[in-house]
Design a protein around this ligand. Structure first.
Ligand SMILES: Cc1ncc(COP(=O)(O)O)c(C=O)c1O
Length: 393
């Protein structure tokens, strides 16, 4: 199968990890030889309840037995999508009340950018250096990493970049700006959190010049940082909130949420301002709804902070320079990329799944399912320490 994987499935990396999967349950992914791999990555933050959570599986099966795709987005009343959008609104502050469901994070970013242009009549978008918002043309245009986008130019015109956490750069936001788009917590850049008052200052500047603020919560959203959404740590509410990954509970999804006054603009001049065939798919929405209920009705979010403390207590080693992040969005910062690679690959050989971050070669991603247990954390950390002991810096 591994040979056919390389022969028939398009590859974007010369060295894919190539683990051949049999099944997955809870915090473990099983390979075809039935080795249990402890998952400290959660499909890059996309399986918040671990693998095959019974409530999610039940919701999917129940919906499968009723109906799958019946009509393009937004025409028919389909209960799972309506209930999901309603539950999101109930868990979000005003004015974030209406949600558009998409098939992926990048598609939700595209929708958000379009909505900002439509609402302001302006075209300039301000993004941040080292930002990652997805891989389609619009999202790639606001990616702050030239090396990965050069080959695909020309991209969207009128995109400017500021430095995340630099207050002086905020003067670049002007009355020409349609929107400022930021990850609430920069993921690919190395889990960079906003400094004190930074997001508040961005919000204030946007208000001064009537630009919209788009916050991308595709990674930190849904409890990972100890609050349902990352922006709730700060006194800053976006005009458009973009989510994805964990929202689907293991199924493909994205969403952008805004006020009704903004969203209504997608209905006119032009009508059908953003359309999709499968967005709001009933089976995926059912999975998302069950996931969001479980996250909001249990103490999982609160527990992420206790679990963070445990990781920080256990992961003390001379080769770990820093542990960045909050809750279960953590990154080990090593001295150099070589140590990072060795740690990830040797742990893989010993059945612990770790992963890289996109643009920070010294970082090791630790973003386990929110449901990970204390024993699993202890077991995984012990292995990390024993592997580190074998690595020479
Ligand atoms: C912050 C952020 N924005 C956008 C995306 C794109 O989401 P998707 O891969 O679902 O298109 C990602 C995916 O990694 C992300 O981390």
């Amino acid at each position: 199968m591994n040979q056919e994987f390389k022969k028939y499935q398009a590859q974007t990396s010369p060295h894919p990890l190539g683990l051949e999967i049999s099944h997955a349950k809870g915090s473990y992914i099983y390979d075809i030889e039935n080795n249990a791999h402890l998952d400290f990555v959660a499909g890059v933050s996309a399986t918040p309840l671990g693998h095959n959570h019974p409530k999610v599986i039940e919701a999917i099966k129940t919906q499968l037995n009723k109906y799958m795709h019946v009509m393009v987005y937004g025409e028919y009343v389909q209960k799972p999508a309506v209930e999901l959008a309603k539950l999101l609104a109930e868990n979000l502050p005003e004015p974030l009340e209406q949600t558009y469901l998409t098939n992926s994070g990048t598609e939700a970013i595209e929708g958000a950018l379009k909505l900002a242009k439509r609402a302001t009549g302006r075209s300039e978008i301000i993004s941040a250096k080292n930002a990652y918002h997805g891989n389609t043309m619009g999202s790639m245009s606001v990616m702050g990493y030239e090396e990965r986008k050069q080959a695909f130019r020309p991209l969207l015109p009128n995109v400017k970049f500021i430095t995340f956490n630099n207050f002086e750069d905020l003067t670049n936001i002007t009355t020409k700006t349609a929107a400022v788009i930021l990850e609430t917590i920069q993921g690919g850049a190395g889990f960079i959190f906003p400094q004190k008052n930074y997001l508040e200052a961005v919000r204030k500047r946007c208000n001064e010049v009537d630009a919209l603020l788009i916050l991308d919560e595709i990674q930190p959203g849904f409890g990972r940082t100890g609050k349902l959404f990352g922006f709730q740590h700060y006194n800053c509410i976006p005009d458009i909130l973009v989510t994805g990954k964990a929202l689907g509970g293991g199924m493909p999804i994205g969403a952008f949420t805004a006020s009704k006054a903004l969203m209504v603009l997608l209905q006119e001049n032009p009508k059908l301002g953003h359309i999709t065939t499968f967005g709001g798919h009933p089976v995926i929405a059912a999975s998302a709804l069950a996931t969001l209920k479980e996250i909001t009705e249990t103490n999982l979010i609160y527990k992420t902070l206790e679990k963070e403390k445990l990781f920080r207590k256990l992961l003390v080693h001379p080769l770990i320079q820093e542990i960045r992040g909050k809750g279960l969005m953590l990154a080990l910062i090593m001295e150099n990329a070589d140590i990072t690679n060795q740690l990830i690959l040797r742990c893989k050989d010993q059945c612990l799944i770790l992963f890289w971050l996109l643009f920070e070669p010294k970082a090791v991603r630790i973003t386990p399912p929110l449901t990970i247990t204390v024993q699993e954390i202890e077991q995984g950390c012990q292995l990390i320490l024993s592997v580190l002991n074998q690595i020479k810096s």
